[in-house]
Design a protein around this ligand. Sequence first.
Ligand SMILES: O=C(O)CCC(=O)C(=O)O
Ligand SMILES: [Fe+2]
Length: 230
Amino acid sequence: MDNNISWKHVSRSLDENGYALLKGVLNESTCKEFIAMYNNDTLYRSVIKMERYRFGKGEYKYFNYPLPDALSTMREKFYHQLAPIANGWMKMLSIDTEFPTKHHMLIDLCKTNQQMRPTPLILRYEAGGYNTLHQDLYGEVYFPFQVVFALTQAGKDYTGGEFVLTEQVPRAQSKARVISLDQGDALIFTTNFRPAKSTRGYYRATMKHGISEVTGGVRYALGLIFHDAT
Ligand SMILES: O=C(O)CCC(=O)C(=O)O
Ligand SMILES: [Fe+2]
């Protein structure tokens, strides 16, 4: 993983937009290693066919514990940098939550709420696949940011399949953003809301994410969610 991430840029972009795009975080061989893991079923605790739950069309697999080392390490590193930003948001919104500095301490908090199952996942979509707008909340304990890594290359491995982020403020319809990811890029984004500024201070702008329809080829992505699930 590229360690030259500018966390100042990340913090500013999250504050302004609710997401931050990091170019070229994973190299091509690391992306291929994750894709190769997809068919190793010993690595996963469950396989979800998205149609069955009307989540969209495609398939994803939740990793089991112990996570592959590379994934555990990335989760700890990202968490450590994102926790202070999350705490800043909680303050802005007057929410009485303070996230611990280390990821294993968040996992301990999850355990106290019976959230014990890992949530990192790999997703796979073929032509016609898509992911409906949603939020990845799996219990009362949740970390407000998550990360998605593009494992395949748009325009080469697949077409369509763009990341969509919507933002909804009170008494208005949703605004959508489409974010183009290249293979190896990481997108950090808010799981359920961002602080938006008004004349009376900050309020919560609800955000959801999804994937537009894949029109050809096969698209893979790796999702890194920090809290465990019930
Ligand atoms: O890029 C993808 O397919 C995953 C999008 C998503 O829902 C996530 O990362 O949580
Ligand atoms: Fe998601």
